[in-house]
Structure formats: C-alpha cells, structure tokens
Design a protein. Structure first.
Length: 77
C-alpha cells in the first residue's frame, strides 16, 4: 500500500516543524514524489546528512510504501 501525500507531509513536518515543504506527486500514482524541504535544522549538515535525516523521518517507509522520492534539501536562512 502506498503513502498519501498527506501522510508523507505529516511525517516530514513532524521531524522538521519549521520546514517549508513543497511536495508533488510526480507521476499521479501516489508512489513517485518530489520534495523540496527548507529547514534551519539542516544548518551545518552535508547534503547526504540532510537526506539521511529526511529518510529517518519517513520511518522505514522509503523503498516500501514509498517507492520513489526525488529530494532537494536546503538550509533556511
């Protein structure tokens, strides 16, 4: 069973409460998404560390209920 846009958004916002999140269902199949996340929590973290933080927020759903996520992260100014 795939995750809804709302479920993904809740998981990300729970981990990054200050975040600005742009989440799109890129294929219209509730299985392929793109996300742009801007948060102060990313300050001083490498891109890889930032992405790992997002995957952790998804609680093991990546690769299972969530097939694909094109991810862009940036530190909030």
């Amino acid at each position: 069973m795939s995750l809804t846009k709302n479920e993904i958004s809740k998981m990300i916002m729970s981990a990054f409460p200050d975040a600005k999140l742009e989440l799109k269902d890129t294929a219209g199949d509730s299985n392929h998404y793109s996300a742009k996340i801007t948060s102060k929590i990313f300050k001083g973290k490498s891109r890889v560390e930032q992405h790992k933080m997002v995957y952790k927020a998804l609680k093991g759903k990546m690769g299972n209920e969530l097939h694909a996520l094109a991810l862009t992260t940036e530190e909030a100014k």
